[in-house]
Design a protein around this ligand. Structure first.
Ligand code: MOS
Length: 701
């Protein structure tokens, strides 16, 4: 028996600002990403993509490629090991001659060096037989249908009262259609994986937001028990949703490694990511609002159109934000989707809420202008304490506080509502506001905590740190639950062998993993105190936790984070150039665990929203079904010079209905509403209402 007694911490760790634990490793290049792990004998792979949007591969001529130095194999549907059809059909790579979008992987060349693999890929001759392809989304597309459910399990349609009656009774109405283009994640680290087989077991270093779901997907495809697959994602260079579900990269690397009998590395080249990483679907959204003469909403209608692929159904939940944001007795939201011969769209930061709030919050600004109401006041006047469609109370909702605090700090009072009347030199100046919200989700997770006799603690949870600071905040949470200082706690994340844990997505990571960490740590603390009288025995103490029952036992409440975004935009009166000069977000997102990493998440989301408003547009050539914007030279994202001082703040929010930490997610909240705040500021500056993103000079001239 050790005599060491656990030293109690003098301060709580939650709420303390601190940098990422792995910051030094990352900036010095020592943090191993998916293809950085030293794996002896690893070969390299390079994909060959389809060049038609629909059709069949008739033959693949591999002779020239196989004759090249260093080329080990060409894997294609005629030679690839068979996969068990299970789960996402998009993962059944190289199994059939069918081509369902341009940019689909039709062959994979494996060679001893990266250069040889690429040369081999150029030498492969694929004979494709094209079919007619349909790649253009239109609001009147004949293939549009109404799905029963949309992503995240929401019903496709919702209705309360009588929308048409509400609209006819309204004194002031808006009926407008908004469009958002395809958008791409372009994470810094490409989709990448290293795979090898060892005594019948599969090990994959994958750049993924969820090693649990990749493990499960690979186990199903290769017909292995889950414990025979290990997926490691120690460091992930961004994902933004594109690395949430299992992706083809890991499957291809595993398939190729099995085929050539040695480890295989595959890092998707940047240009291949545009069809292969998924993207945010384009949307066409009609929003109808009706208010009485006092500015009270009577009717909210939101009809969203999006596209999906023919590989798998993916329906963006675009209109769901209009179900919970504002009170109104008459309401209807609908989703329709068209399956096209296009690459599969996927989750992207605040799927649904992000494009949906652009439309809703622009329409609220149009309503304010039409009714001569202040846009902040109009939102306050339609605030609600209960979810207006479900009739369930919000666990906490401080949208009004965010709006008031933001308005005061931004200097909203005394704003001249007239558009296009402020000029500073060549710049027309305007201000805009929009509301933000995102569900506060918690999923079950497992975690393990261990105390050792030297007064140290090791906490393991299969979180994915995609650059957010997950391991840093989880150590803070662990330290408080153990009642010790952080430096006594070691934290390990990013390994499916630890045990099941949810995706770093849906802004649920900290809440979900943190709950399991809290539980495991509390048990260790309790066992040490009760059984061992405060001393850790020589053999240590180990406890694990699984929060499945805790999460299921929570009461039925509407759980959301909220925010208010304020933007000042300047528009060059001659060229139409838009510069955002100020961006302020005030958020209410439960307890903030680490102000440093939280601010980084929020300003990151706001920056991405600014980028969406002014720059980002995936352009598909509808003749080929290919994105012609397929690198960072053609697909523009905001860079430092485009982004002013972005300020993110939060109000203290104590919500006991969430999880033991009292946290709501913050990864996605910051992007919701930002584009509308920018568009509303541009309207105030110029008098021009831009309903199609992005706002470019040609939108304003
Ligand atoms: Mo996010 S799109 O839920 O990873």
């Amino acid at each position: 028996m050790s005599t060491a007694r656990i030293r109690p911490a003098e301060v709580r760790s939650i709420g303390v600002a601190q940098p990422r634990l792995e910051a030094r490793e990352k900036v010095t290049g020592h943090a191993p990403y998916a293809v950085d792990h030293p794996v002896p004998g690893a070969a390299h792979a390079w994909p060959v993509l389809s060049t038609v949007a629909a059709g069949r591969v008739s033959t693949v001529d591999t002779a020239a490629a196989l004759a090249l130095d260093g080329v080990l194999a060409v894997v294609w549907h005629g030679s690839a090991p068979r996969l068990e059809p299970a789960g996402d059909p998009g993962l059944l790579v190289l199994q059939s001659p069918r081509i369902q979008y341009r940019g689909q992987v039709v062959a994979l060349v494996v060679a001893t060096s990266l250069e040889q693999a690429r040369a081999g890929a150029e030498a492969v001759v694929v004979d494709e037989r094209p079919d007619p392809a349909d790649t253009e989304l239109r609001a009147d597309h004949p293939a549009l249908y109404t799905p029963g459910t949309v992503n995240a399990g929401y019903p496709g349609t919702s209705e309360l009262g009588d929308l048409d009656a509400g609209l006819s009774a309204a004194a002031v109405r808006v009926d407008a259609t908004y469009r958002t283009p395809p958008m791409h994640h372009v994470a810094m680290e490409p989709h990448a994986a290293t795979a090898f087989w060892e005594r019948g077991c599969l090990v994959v270093f994958d750049s993924t937001q969820s090693s649990t779901s990749v493990r499960d997907a690979l186990a199903a495809l290769f017909e292995l028990p889950p414990q025979a697959v290990r997926v490691v994602n120690e460091h992930v260079g961004g994902g933004f949703g594109s690395k949430g579900p299992g992706r083809v990269t890991a499957v291809l690397a595993a398939l190729a490694a099995r085929y050539v009998g040695r480890p295989v590395r595959l890092a998707m080249p940047r240009q291949m990511l545009f069809p292969l990483a998924g993207y945010r679907t384009p949307t066409i959204q009609r929003v109808r609002l009706g208010a009485d003469e006092h500015g009270r909403l009577l009717a909210i209608g939101h009809d969203a159109v999006s596209q999906t692929s023919k590989v798998v159904e993916f329906v963006e939940q675009t209109a769901v934000v209009s179900r919970m944001m504002y009170a109104a007795p008459h309401r209807r939201t609908t989703h329709r989707v068209a399956p096209l011969d296009v690459p599969p769209p996927t989750w992207m930061r605040a799927p649904g809420e992000c494009p949906g709030a652009f439309a809703l919050e622009s329409a609220m600004d149009e309503l304010a202008a039409a009714g001569n109401w202040d846009p902040v006041w109009l939102r306050l006047a339609n605030d609600t304490r209960v979810d207006p469609e479900l009739g369930v109370p919000f666990s906490s909702r401080h949208l009004a506080e965010c709006l008031r605090d933001g308005a005061e700090r931004f200097g909203w009072a005394g704003r001249d509502p007239r558009p296009a009347v402020r000029r500073e030199g060549r710049w027309l100046v305007g201000t805009g506001v929009a509301a933000s919200s995102f569900p506060a989700i918690t999923w079950p997770s497992t975690a393990i905590a261990r105390a050792t006799a030297d007064d140290h603690f090791h906490v393991q949870v299969n979180a994915a740190d995609i650059g957010t600071g997950a391991r840093t905040v989880l150590r803070q949470i662990a330290a408080d639950a153990l009642g010790v200082a952080q430096h006594c706690v070691e934290i390990t994340v990013g390994d499916s062998a630890i045990g099941p844990a949810p995706v770093a997505g849906g802004s649920m990571g900290t809440s979900s993993w943190g709950w399991a960490v809290t539980e495991a740590c509390r048990r260790v603390r309790e066992r040490v105190d009760r059984v061992h009288h405060g001393r850790v025995p020589a053999e240590g103490v180990l406890c694990s936790a699984d929060t499945t029952e805790d999460v299921a036992a929570r009461e039925d409440l509407a759980r959301y984070a909220f925010g208010a975004q304020f933007c000042e935009a300047r528009v060059d009166a001659d060229t139409g150039e838009v510069r955002v000069s100020r961006l302020l977000g005030v958020f209410a997102a439960g307890r903030i665990v680490n102000p440093t990493t939280a601010r980084s998440q929020l300003i990151g989301g706001m920056t991405m929203g600014l980028s969406m408003a002014l720059m980002e547009r995936g352009v598909m050539d509808r003749r080929t079904g290919d994105f012609v914007t397929n690198d960072l030279a053609s697909y523009h994202v905001a860079v430092n010079a485009d982004v002013p001082a972005v300020e993110a703040r939060w109000i203290e929010e104590d919500d006991p209905h969430l999880n033991p930490m009292g946290t709501k997610g913050i990864g996605e909240l910051g992007i919701v509403g930002t584009a509308a705040a920018v568009a509303n500021a541009v309207y105030h500056a110029t008098g021009i209402r831009v309903r199609d993103l992005p706002i470019t000079p040609s939108s304003l001239l």
